[in-house]
Design a protein. Structure first.
Length: 190
């Protein structure tokens, strides 16, 4: 829910969006180098060929979502989990949750991590900040709901895990749980 408050001064702030943007940008730079090489080849040889435009298009497509999310920050404090974007702040209080943990799994050779915030009640899919995080999935254990907030923390897993261990109340923390390959494929498919 959108809050008129802000995280406590001693909160752990994680520049979630910037980390993801820089991670993707580093990979995309390779695509740019290939594209520039193709452009130079066309200019030097004079042979028409627009194949270098394909990597440039891929560059733009890969960077669009991280670019929009570069200002997103997650914060954890004694009151709960915060998602900040610009001047907006959304809070999920710890006392409104049934469980908090990290799910992880492999898809191909890549390991993915997600922060799972399982509410006691309903999730707010209409919330401008939290709505995109709402997912429905089979609960890993009894007592956890099907609907929850899921945040991909693959690019910032160690920092998030450290902050979670510091701030999440012990009775809510269910730790790290591995997902099956089928669950990972379902998670990665939009």
């Amino acid at each position: 829910m959108i809050s008129d408050r802000w995280p406590a001064p001693d909160a752990t702030f994680i520049r979630y969006g910037l980390r993801r943007f820089l991670w993707v940008l580093s990979a995309v730079l390779i695509i740019v180098v290939v594209s520039v090489g193709g452009l130079v080849n066309v200019l030097v040889t004079g042979k028409a060929g627009g194949w270098f435009l394909v990597p440039l298009g891929l560059f733009a497509w890969l960077l669009r979502k991280p670019w929009r999310q570069r200002h997103k920050v997650t914060a954890l404090d004694a009151s709960g989990f915060w998602l900040l974007s610009g001047k907006q702040a959304a809070l999920i209080p710890w006392d409104s949750l049934a469980g908090v943990g990290i799910y992880w799994g492999r898809a191909n050779k890549t390991v993915y991590y997600s922060l799972e915030l399982c509410p006691l009640g309903e999730t707010d899919g209409d919330d401008p900040l939290l709505g995109p995080l709402v997912r429905e999935a089979e609960p890993l254990r009894p007592g956890l709901p099907r609907h929850r907030y899921r945040l991909d923390i693959s690019d910032s897993f160690p920092v998030h895990e450290k902050a979670l261990l510091r701030w999440v109340p012990a009775e809510l923390w269910f730790g790290r749980e591995e997902r099956t390959r089928a669950e990972m494929v379902a998670w990665l498919t939009p």
